[in-house]
Each structure stands twice: as structure tokens, then as C-alpha cells.
Ligand binder design. Structure first.
Ligand code: FDA
Length: 396
């Protein structure tokens, strides 16, 4: 292997793979990864179909200490720019819901598209490679690697966040950032299911329904899924990014229903019906059964509709519209789709993703303190931040 490179990118995930062909326009470029295959998270993403972008991606879909930071990169590389590449590669796609674009066939088509771009640009991809030390030199960087000592002018850190350590996620980016004097915003598992003690919802495992879920920071209208260990589904994954340990969440189980009007009408026409029977016509029966026990002493769902006053119906609907729960925790990095926090954007230039204090050192993708919502936003950040860095290397 050559020992002198114009650019070395560490991490052959979404961001590293996408950055390389842009950087290669300026000189020899090497992408290194300790994994045996590139783009493994792309492969498993979107249930194997890769939700590769979101056509409505905007800075407001991202969390981070500085909400303005992602604006520049996102504006200069839009979802439609990536869709154009996907079209060019002949990969068929569709919108599933809420602007989320998925491959019609397999997520590996996106990995193939990205690795083909590396080949076309003459980028060297070195898998199963490790980096044990990085030092600054007057004209760039010196790396101690499993291929010996390598030198480069530009060093791009694209090693992602901490989620799914089993797949090779490490805190490498944070270590390098700290080494070069950058701050790290505390990291936390995000887009992750909630857990509750003692299998509280295990009887409901597999039950799913549309809800609105909210706390004092955000609100989402998507599906909720009960699991053996707690709560999951898109609505829960979304709110988990805005949740702090000890915090509560509110769930509107009547989302999309005009339940009060329905109950009032049914009281007239089917007054002998039990409340639980009527509720089971609108909500999953297993959930109604569960709530009857959970709320025993507060509400008696065995009562007849005809025996309910307006006030009683209003109180029942209010309870169903604002079910307040306090998770004991989350499933953590083991299953989290992303890592909240990371390399502080204070130390990075938002146009190029380059360190403000160490010229030639770049941080891109998930390792940066920019975290997207569920729905293709995290890949869009990976593409946009990678393009910003790669283009800057090419232009300088
Ligand atoms: P990424 O994690 O992709 O790549 C980092 C690379 O660095 C890896 O190849 C790793 O092996 C390598 N690496 C780490 N440490 C290293 C070290 N010390 N030395 C050498 N190499 C090292 N997003 C989305 O928008 N749509 C979706 O459908 C999904 N679906 C999804 C499903 C699941 C199960 C997960 C876990 C995540 C998603 N995501 C997602 C999130 C998305 O996968 C994620 O945000 C991007 O992959 C981040 O891209 P990066 O390139 O920054 O990191």
C-alpha cells in the first residue's frame, strides 16, 4: 500500500463512502475501515430496503446544540441530488410514507452504487484495517495503522456513533476529536425503544396503533408498538431522541378518532353495550382489556354505555387521550438507530465540516452533534456532510 495520501478517510459507512469520490478529485484517496465489509449499516437499514433520504428534509428535522449548523450542508446537497444519483444508478425507489424514500428491492443496491463510485474515482478501499494512533505533522497527519505508518494531507473522520457496537461501532471519532482539543457533547442512545420494569406490557406484545406521543420538547403522530420489554414503533423512536432519563411521555390513544362523539352516538343507539365492547371497536381489543385492569378502581369498563353521563364519557376520553407513562430506560446502544450528541459543532466550520483549529481534519456523518429524526434524515445528513467535506478538499 502507498504510504502517502492526499486524503485518508477513516470509516467506510454512509458518510465515508460518499465523501471519498469528491475528495479523490484533489489527489490519491484511501478509505479505511476495521470492518470486513463497507456500508454495513446501510445494508441493515430500513428493514433491508434502506430509507436513503426524506424528500422533506429540513434543518428542523435535526437535533443538536446548534440548530443552525446543519443548514449550510443540507442546503447545498438536497434529497433530490441524492435521488438523481440513485436514478442514474438504475436503483428503483418509492415513497413509503411521510416523504420517506426506500429502495424497491434491496439496500445493498445503495452500497453497490457507493462502492462503484469509489472504483470510478480511483479510490482505494482498505477493509479490516485499524488505526492505532494519529499525530499532526506540519503538512498533515501521520497514522499508525495495521498497514504500517501512513501519511496524509487531509484526514476525514467518518466512524459514526456508538449505536450497535456488535456491528463495529466505536467511540473512535470522539477520541480523535478530544485528542485535537474538540469538545464532545454528551452522547445518548436515540431512536431507541423504551423499557419498563417487570414486563409491564408483555401481554400487549405485538399490538400496534396510531398515536400522538409528546413531551415538553416535541410531538409526533405515528404508530406505537408494544413489545415484551416496553414500547417501540416510529412514534416512540422519534420521541426517544427528545427524552431524558426520569422524564415522562404522554400518549393519545384516540389519535385520529372522534371518540367522544362516537361514544355519545352509540349511547343513543346501542346503550346496552359495555364500554369495553364499544372501545374494542375503535382500539385494539387486547389494549382495552389491559387498560380495564390497569385502570381498575378509576374507570369501570364493564359498565353499560347507557349508564354513562356526558361527564363520565368526557373523563374516559380525556384519560385515553393523555396516557402518561414514565419509561425506566431505553434499550440503549444495543438497538439504537443513532447516537445523540457527539463532536461539538462549535469547533467545526459548517460549510466544510473542517476543524476550526486543526486545518485538514474533518468530521462527518453521525459522529458530529447533528442527529436526524427517524425517516431517512440521518442518511441525508451523512450524504450532505460528506459532500461538504469532500467538495472542500477538492476545492482547496
Ligand atoms: P456508519 O456507522 O454508517 O459508518 C461508520 C463506519 O466506521 C463503519 O463502517 C464502522 O465499521 C467504521 N468504524 C467505526 N469505528 C472504527 C474504527 N475505530 N476504525 C475503523 N473503522 C471504524 N438512517 C436513515 O436515514 N434511514 C434508515 O433507514 C436507517 N435505518 C437504520 C437502521 C438501523 C438498524 C440502524 C442502526 C441505523 C439506521 N439508520 C438509518 C441510521 C444510519 O444508519 C446512520 O445514521 C448512518 O449509517 C451514519 O453514517 P456514518 O457513515 O456516519 O456512520
Amino acid at each position: 500500500m502507498n504510504t502517502d495520501w492526499h486524503t485518508i478517510i477513516i470509516g467506510a459507512g454512509a458518510a465515508g463512502l460518499f465523501c471519498a469520490p469528491f475528495a479523490a478529485a484533489a489527489g490519491p484517496t484511501l478509505v479505511m475501515d476495521h470492518a470486513k465489509k463497507p456500508g454495513e449499516k446501510i445494508r441493515i437499514s430500513g428493514g433491508g430496503r434502506c430509507n436513503f433520504t426524506n424528500m422533506y428534509a429540513e434543518p428542523s428535522n435535526f437535533l443538536g446544540q446548534n440548530p443552525h449548523f446543519p443548514k449550510s450542508a443540507l442546503a447545498r446537497y438536497t434529497p433530490w441530488d441524492f435521488v438523481a444519483l440513485v436514478d442514474q444508478a438504475g436503483v428503483k425507489w418509492h415513497e413509503k410514507t411521510l416523504g420517506q424514500l426506500f429502495c424497491d428491492e434491496k439496500s445493498t443496491q445503495i452500497v453497490q452504487m457507493l462502492t462503484q463510485r469509489l472504483t470510478d474515482a480511483g479510490v482505494t478501499l482498505s477493509l479490516g484495517s485499524t488505526v492505532s494512533a494519529v499525530q499532526k505533522e506540519p503538512q498533515g497527519f501521520q497514522l499508525d495503522t495495521s498497514h504500517g505508518r501512513l501519511r496524509c494531507r487531509n484526514l476525514v473522520i467518518a466512524t459514526g456513533g456508538k449505536s450497535i457496537p456488535k456491528m463495529g461501532a466505536t467511540g473512535f471519532a470522539y477520541d480523535i476529536a478530544r485528542q485535537f482539543g474538540h469538545d464532545i457533547i454528551d452522547t445518548q442512545a436515540a431512536l431507541v425503544p423504551f423499557t419498563f420494569p417487570d414486563g409491564r406490557f408483555s401481554a400487549l406484545s405485538g399490538v400496534s396503533l396510531p398515536v400522538r406521543v409528546w413531551n415538553d420538547r416535541a410531538s409526533f403522530e405515528e404508530a406505537l408498538l408494544f413489545t415484551h420489554r416496553g414500547l417501540s414503533g416510529p412514534a416512540i423512536l422519534q420521541i426517544s431522541s427528545y427524552w431524558q432519563p426520569g422524564g415522562g411521555v404522554h400518549i393519545d390513544l384516540t389519535h385520529g378518532l372522534d371518540l367522544l362523539a362516537t361514544l355519545r352516538a352509540q349511547r343513543q343507539s346501542a346503550g346496552r353495550r359495555q364500554l369495553s365492547t364499544e372501545l374494542s371497536r375503535h382500539l385494539p381489543a387486547r389494549l382495552v382489556e389491559f387498560l380495564a385492569t390497569e385502570w381498575a378502581g378509576l374507570v369501570d369498563l364493564t359498565q353499560r354505555l347507557a349508564d354513562q353521563s356526558d361527564k363520565a364519557l368526557e373523563a374516559l376520553v380525556a384519560r385515553l387521550s393523555d396516557w402518561q407513562l414514565t419509561p425506566s430506560g431505553t434499550e440503549g446502544y444495543r438497538t439504537a438507530e443513532v447516537t445523540l450528541g457527539g463532536v461539538s459543532t462549535d469547533g467545526l466550520d459548517s460549510k466544510s465540516m473542517m476543524s476550526k483549529t486543526v486545518p485538514g481534519l474533518y468530521f462527518i456523518g453521525e459522529c458530529v452533534d447533528v442527529t436526524g429524526w427517524l425517516g431517512g434524515f440521518n442518511f441525508q445528513w451523512a450524504w450532505a456532510s460528506a459532500r461538504a467535506a469532500g467538495q472542500h478538499i477538492a476545492d482547496s
